[in-house]
Design a protein around this ligand. Structure first.
Ligand SMILES: [Zn+2]
Length: 384
């Protein structure tokens, strides 16, 4: 026994000697600052060039551990990798990466909505990141701001990465179920050549060209109509948009990827943005308080990107967003608008059927439990 302890102590002191010094990176630290007593300005610049090559996304962050020995500096850059800086006799430096093996485990996560998705995912023992991933998959089917009900349930088959038995982030969601208002939404990941994404069991893509709403709104204050009494002008006029009441400053997102056609002001529209999309679509966002300052006419925008903020500029009786959709010159009712989703082709469908079956096998196992017993937030490791 004593021998064993002595042996452990020996190893411990030996490794402590090999790693003479360690340091935890603090806020505001720079690599050149930390290494200034070891390396000259020339080596520092060579060092940063080499790091860019070896590990392009590397950023020194507070909390990272560094270990110094005579001719080597090791930075625990991420759970799955160390950055190693070696200096040789002639004073030159070389940078290399030590990547650790990742283990990918598939996990079935289940949860029930009490308040919101983030809380439900956290309660099932998972990160908020998983809630974001899940919402991203179903955002075209479910308005996570408005449609969630207490008692809604989800089951997610997700990959989790582990390095040295330590959790190192999520991989991909393989398949997921979301029970919303008594309706089952199923998503199965499928990849074949250029086709990739989440599909329902019929092989219809869940992703649409357009978001359902451009903001987190409080209520709908006016609907799309061909004739209504205008609240400010006092005359009957059509209203070609939907008015979403929301507090001033609420971010407004582009509902589809496109280009900025107009960012401007008119008396009736107030500050407004018009975006041009593919297939003859345009979207309009009126009465804004202000714009995203990084945007200009002609700039590309991504779906979900913030283009401006809710205001009450122009002919407006209170803070709201007037959102409009136009296709080839014709106004469409945004509340009824459903962008056509992509559907898998016949040969793809055959391959997809295998994916869907594998996903369903796992997910179906999760749901009888929901139906029969009070839900407990269990995480089960599955092999298949
Ligand atoms: Zn309006």
């Amino acid at each position: 026994m004593i021998k064993k302890i002595a042996f452990i102590l020996l190893i411990f002191s030996f490794s402590a000697a090999a790693m003479a010094e360690s340091y935890v990176v603090k806020r505001g630290d720079t690599l050149s600052g930390i290494l200034s007593d070891r390396l000259g300005p020339q080596e520092i610049s060579s060092l940063s060039a080499q790091i860019k090559k070896v590990y392009p996304g590397f950023v020194l962050k507070a909390g990272m551990k560094m270990f110094f020995s005579r001719d080597k500096v090791v930075i625990n850059a991420a759970l799955d990798r160390d950055l190693i800086i070696k200096s040789s006799e002639d004073g030159s430096v070389s940078v290399s990466l030590n990547k650790f093996e990742q283990e990918m485990i598939r996990v079935l996560v289940k949860g029930e909505i009490k308040t919101n998705l983030f809380d439900a995912v956290k309660k099932s023992g998972e990160d908020a990141e998983l809630a974001a991933m899940l919402a991203g998959i179903f955002e075209w089917e479910i308005d996570f701001f408005k449609d969630l009900r207490p008692g809604d349930k989800f089951a997610v088959l997700v990959e989790k990465k582990f390095v040295h038995d330590k959790y190192a982030g999520y991989g991909r969601i393989i398949a997921a179920d979301f029970y919303n208002k008594g309706r089952l939404n199923r998503a199965v990941y499928f990849e074949d050549g250029k086709t990739r994404g989440y599909f329902n069991e019929d092989g219809r893509a869940l992703e649409r060209g357009f978001l359902r709403v451009p903001l987190n709104y409080a209520r709908i204050s006016s609907r799309f109509t061909d004739s209504r009494l205008h609240p400010v002008l006092g005359e009957v006029r059509p209203h070609y948009g939907v008015d979403y009441a929301a507090p001033i400053g609420t971010p407004v997102m582009a509902t589809a990827t496109g280009t900025v056609e107009i960012m401007g002001y008119t008396k009736s529209n107030g500050n407004y943005v018009a975006l041009r999309h593919s297939n003859g679509y345009k979207t309009y966002y009126l009465h804004l308080n202000g714009f995203n300052k990084a945007l200009r006419k002609g700039f590309p925008v991504n779906q979900g990107q913030i283009i401006g903020y809710v205001g009450s500029t122009g002919y407006s009786t209170g803070p709201h967003l007037d959102y409009r959709i136009n296709k080839n010159g014709r106004w469409l009712n945004p509340l009824k608008f459903v962008a056509t989703p992509k559907t898998l082709k016949k040969d793809e469908l055959e391959k997809f059927a295998e994916y869907a079956e594998a996903g369903a096998k796992i997910l179906d196992r999760a749901f009888p439990v929901y139906a029969e017993a009070p839900l407990y937030n269990a995480i089960r490791m599955l092999e298949f």
